[in-house]
Each structure stands twice: as C-alpha cells, then as structure tokens.
Design a protein around this ligand. Structure first.
Ligand SMILES: Nc1ncnc2c1ncn2[C@@H]1O[C@H](COP(=O)(O)OP(=O)(O)O)[C@@H](O)[C@H]1O
Ligand SMILES: [Mg+2]
Length: 247
C-alpha cells in the first residue's frame, strides 16, 4: 500500500514533450551541444543558465520556429505555444484588437470565442478597449502570454517572461503562470535568475554553453555543488555548481 504523499506526483503524469540529442550551430558557434530532457503534464520547468547558454535557441527549436541541426523534439500531446521575449504587439491597437488579430493570423478555430477565453483567463476583460501602449509592462506581458495560449497548447514556452517587470508585476505574473500549470498546462520558462527558478518551478534544467548539465530539484543541485545546510545564497550555490562542472 502506498504510504506517502497525497499530492499526485507530476513525474507520474504523461510526458508531453521529450527532447533528445539537440544540436544547433550558428556558423562556428555551437549554441546547443546535446540537450536532453522530458517534461510531464502540468509541470513547471525552469530552464536556467547564464546569458549565451542557449536558452532562447533551445526554446525557439521547441516552438518549431527554427529547425535543429540534429536531435528530436517529440510532442505527443500536440500544440506548443510560444511567448518570445520581445512581444510583437501593436501598441496603437486595443487589447481586444491585438488578440483578434493574432487569433486570425494563427488560424485559431472560432477566433472570437478564443479571444473571450483569453480575456477572461488573463483578467484583462475590463481592459479590452484600451490601447496596448497604455498598459503597464506586466499587463503587456499578460497579453503576450495570452497570444501564446490562443491555440490552447499542451505546452507553453516562455522566454525570460519576467525580464523588465517590477517586483509586484513579477509576483502577479508568477501567480498567473502557476495557475496555468495547476490547470494542466505544462510550462517551460527560461531565466538567468536562479532565485526565480527555485521559487517558481517544480524542477530546474541547467543549461550552460549549450549543454544540459543538470535536471532535478534545486536541493539536488546544491548537493551536487557540495553545498549543505540552510540556503542563504542560491546564486552563490549556482555559481559553485557551474564552476564544479567546469563552466
Ligand atoms: N541568430 C544567431 N546567429 C548567430 N549566433 C547566434 C544566433 N542566436 C544565438 N546565437 C549565439 O548562440 C549562443 C546562445 O544564444 P542564446 O540562445 O540567445 O542564449 P541565451 O538565450 O541563453 O542567452 C550565443 O553565443 C549567441 O551569441
Ligand atoms: Mg535568451
């Protein structure tokens, strides 16, 4: 008889994305040199690594917007939604107009219904007639995410979603993202801030110099770095981990 934990383990949920042997070069520069991992339904995976580690390159490949040189991306549950770091919103158009435009561009079935669902989910229904330019950075980021969610994807990819947000906006963003994961959307996001990755993620995937160096909990990463005791400086633990791995 199972003796533990009433909360369902996400690792027991079905795999919704599986990556193996991913490689990508830009000329001489090897941006990805063998990336492997899988994620399960409803997981919140933080891809963490220094600038230039290959995070954006990897997410772009997972999103299907550029092909890898080698390797496989399997998405048995279908759709993957993509939220780039730079939102491509039309600032002079309203929130509702932007969502409708992207719904049409992405050939979403029943675009009007999808737009209503997005306005509801993002809590922006009351701002539907406001110009995007008038919204705060946090609310603009919500629209950016709403566009990624238009096709109701099983997996949502967010590239440094909190960059440029103030602390209050960040907290609201992460509450929103956690709510998505709770409802069963798998979320993969990148960040170069280890603190953020430890707070808002079930699991870390550490990417450095194009390689996936580690996949697991923050605690397990600290142990691999030889750190013990209370966590006082996650950033320092992370740097120690990278150094120990030769990065
Ligand atoms: N379109 C591109 N052309 C040439 N080099 C690129 C291109 N995109 C990324 N790179 C290089 O690939 C490496 C990984 O970049 P990137 O994926 O943007 O890293 P990150 O998102 O982790 O900061 C970097 O060295 C970067 O300069
Ligand atoms: Mg990047």
């Amino acid at each position: 008889m199972p003796s533990q934990a009433s909360t369902p383990r996400k690792e027991a949920a079905p795999v919704v994305l599986k990556v193996s042997g991913l490689r990508k070069s830009f000329g001489e520069r090897e941006a990805l040199r063998g990336v492997e991992f899988e994620v399960h339904r409803g997981e919140l995976l933080a891809v963490v690594g220094p600038n230039g580690a290959g995070k954006t390159t990897m997410l772009g490949i997972l999103a299907g917007i550029r092909p890898p040189d080698a390797g496989r991306v399997e998405t048995p549950s279908g759709e993957v939604g993509w939220v780039p770091q730079q939102a491509a919103l039309y600032r002079r158009l309203t929130v509702g107009e932007n969502l409708r435009l992207f719904a049409r561009l992405e050939k979403v079935e029943a675009p009007d219904a999808a737009v209503e669902r997005m306005l509801e989910q993002t809590g922006l229904a009351e701002r539907r007639d406001d110009q995007v330019a008038e919204l705060s950075g946090g609310n603009q980021q919500r629209i950016n995410i709403a566009i990624g969610l238009l096709a109701d994807p099983a997996v949502l990819l967010l590239d440094e979603p909190s960059a440029g947000l103030d602390p209050g906006q960040r907290i609201r963003l992460w509450e929103f993202v956690a709510g998505l994961a709770k409802r069963g959307t798998t979320v993969i996001y990148s960040t170069h801030q280890i603190e953020e990755a430890t707070h808002y993620g079930d699991r870390l995937l550490v990417l450095a110099d194009g390689e996936s160096l580690f996949d697991g909990s923050f605690e397990a990463m600290r142990q691999a770095a030889g750190a013990s005791g209370e966590v006082t400086d996650p950033e320092a633990d992370f740097v120690r981990f990278l150094e120990k791995q030769g990065h």
